[in-house]
Ligand binder design. Structure first.
Ligand code: NAD
Length: 551
């Protein structure tokens, strides 16, 4: 019988499948579940609360088996982490098509989702977990770094030196926060209820030290702040207790955000519950747990609003904590903005988003060579140069070596084609996979996050991610996924992803050129349609066709 076991992707050039497209899908599925990468691999959970790569171990085995025999003109269909069919297609078609966690509108809530999940009919795919392009905490690091850089630019003369950031959540994504703050020269206090999460971030060099108590954390933070030295401090405890306490004590906090798994009330620890009892309590009484978690989130958010009233820069970091606090009856939950309208939307207008690639060889030197190629390709892009240099020095690879880097329309295709040439001419030891997060410019409808406060009020229009998935299928992506509920939870988002393999062939080059032009192109046209001037200029300058602006 199949059950939990350690999973690790193969390295090198020997294939256990019939081609690199299939091999890439297999290795990335396995890489998502590598204990070095996944938060709870024994439960197939990759990150983001309960975001999974496969529905159950039987489904995982069936996907591995199927990928190993899948032909170049076949496509495997995956329904919420379970392979449900193999269809004859053609060589330009994706080798895998995935649909995760989708529910019909009126049924799109956690209660119904969990009922169906219990029956074994679905799984939560989050964003990159169920679409097999999670690359560890690095995947969110640059976005988090850029967000804190935007905070610094907006309020602190371009640097976080001399400031203290307070946040919670040191999980798969939230664990990027301490390093992103220190990369911006600031001090961060990061709260988590799970001692393992703190230890793991220290081990991976994302977090510097662990404090023994709240007073100790504040003392370390103030000393570092006064010396204008970057420092990140882990603090064990419940954010819903600690934030109100810190506010009441007048803690000198400049910036507040949060990345606990608030999008899923069963993944947020209510106050008064021991961390050790969390899983059994959530399983035994999900309704009671949800009510208490939401009440605690209301307390947590009320303290965040208190810090805002006291002059701190406060923002929601894409986990829906404001929505959950509002459900508990807190009426000022939306007093502070989400990070997308506050800092990121201008980048989305240029088709920019978290572009990423992973080396199927398993060799770090392949990523270092691609880093060098990026610097040569975009010599005038200073922030990219700064990022690639810092990432090269400070990012610990988890699983297959990988890199993330925000690139826009007209840039991603250049990078992709260059990478394919480097595979073809033997510069790289093996093919690369090229994909992106779903937290992206033109592939998400998420009114509490990516599409919050759109200029034309189109926040909840979900046609865009569907068009994005379809255009990526039509353009030749290697696998394409369409999900519901990622980032912010059930009923609150629809989003799509694509991954394309650079195997050095001419055909791969043709596919890469189309996919990596059309995919960010969706970001440009989405924002032109919503009336953003920057997007209109980008479309005009870079030749993105928008029929309603022609003739
Ligand atoms: P995760 O489940 O891996 O980690 C969440 C962490 O929160 C855990 O370590 C948990 O112990 C801790 N936690 C839970 N309740 C707590 C409490 N009351 N006090 C203190 N700590 C508590 O999740 P993740 O992958 O790190 O994602 C975190 C959230 O961020 C999710 O809601 C996710 O959807 C969202 N997210 C945001 C972005 C972004 O760009 N901003 C991107 C992806 C995901």
């Amino acid at each position: 019988m199949s059950g939990p076991r350690p999973v690790r992707a193969a390295r090198g050039t020997e294939l256990s499948t019939l081609g690199w497209q299939q091999e890439a899908a297999l290795r990335m599925l396995q890489n998502n579940l590598d204990p070095e990468v996944a938060e709870h691999p024994d439960k197939l959970v990759v990150y983001g609360g309960t975001g999974k790569a496969a529905r159950d171990w039987r489904s995982y085995d069936a996907m591995v088996r199927t990928l190993q025999t899948l032909k170049q003109d076949e496509t495997m269909l995956v329904q919420s982490g379970r392979p449900v069919g193999v269809m004859q297609t053609h060589e330009w078609a994706p080798r895998v098509l995935l649909a995760n966690s989708n529910l019909v509108g009126d049924w799109a809530n956690w209660e119904e989702f969990r009922r169906l999940e219990q029956l074994g009919l679905t799984m939560y795919g989050q964003m990159t977990a169920g679409s097999w392009i999670y690359i560890g905490t690095q995947g969110i690091l640059q976005g988090t770094y850029e967000t804190f850089a935007a905070v610094a630019a907006k309020k602190f003369n371009g640097t976080l030196a001399g400031t203290i950031t307070l946040t919670a959540g040191l999980g798969g994504m939230g664990g990027a926060q301490p390093l992103a703050v220190t990369m911006n020269d600031g001090v961060a206090i990061c709260i988590d209820v799970d001692p393992r999460a703190i230890e793991r971030r220290i081990e991976h060099r994302y977090l510097d030290v662990k404090a023994d108590s709240l007073q100790h954390a504040l003392q370390l933070a103030v000393e570092a702040r006064d010396a204008r030295k970057p420092l990140s401090i882990g603090l064990l405890g419940n954010a819903a207790d600690l934030l109100p306490q810190m506010l009441a004590e007048g803690a000198p906090i400049d910036i507040v955000t949060d990345q606990t798994s608030a999008h899923d009330p069963l993944a947020y620890l209510p106050t008064g519950v021991d961390f050790e009892d969390m899983a059994s309590y959530a399983a035994k009484d999900p309704a009671g747990f949800t009510t208490r978690a939401r009440e605690s989130m209301a307390q947590h958010v009320e303290a965040m609003v208190g810090f805002m009233d006291a002059g701190a820069e406060v923002f929601d970091y894409g986990n829906s904590i404001r929505g959950e606090a509002q459900l508990a009856g807190y009426d000022r939950a939306f007093a502070f903005p989400g990070f997308v309208p506050a800092y990121i939307r201008p980048l989305f207008c240029e088709g920019k988003g978290p572009f990423r690639w992973a080396a199927l060889s398993g060799e770090a030197s392949d990523i270092h060579k691609t880093d060098k190629a990026m610097l040569e390709l975009f010599p005038e892009n200073e922030s990219l140069h700064r990022w690639i240099k810092m990432a090269g020095e400070r990012v610990h690879f988890q699983g297959l070596p990988a890199r993330i880097c925000w690139l826009g329309y007209g840039e991603r295709d250049k990078a992709g084609e260059r990478f394919n040439e480097m595979v073809a001419d033997g510069t790289l030891a093996a093919p690369l996979v090229i994909g992106r997060d779903h937290l992206d410019c033109g592939s998400v409808a998420s009114p509490y996050r990516e599409t919050e406060a759109m200029l034309d009020g189109s926040d909840a229009i979900a046609d865009w991610p569907l068009l994005n998935a379809m255009v990526n299928v039509a353009s030749g992506a290697s696998w394409v996924s369409l999900h519901h509920g990622g980032g912010v939870g059930m009923g609150r988002s629809i989003h799509a992803g694509q991954v394309t393999v650079a195997d050095g062939t001419h055909l791969a080059g043709e596919k890469i050129r189309r996919v990596l032009t059309n995919d960010p192109g969706m970001g440009v046209i989405r924002h032109v349609d919503a009336g953003y001037d920057i997007a209109e200029s980008v479309a005009d300058e870079r030749g993105v066709r928008v029929p309603m602006r022609e003739g």
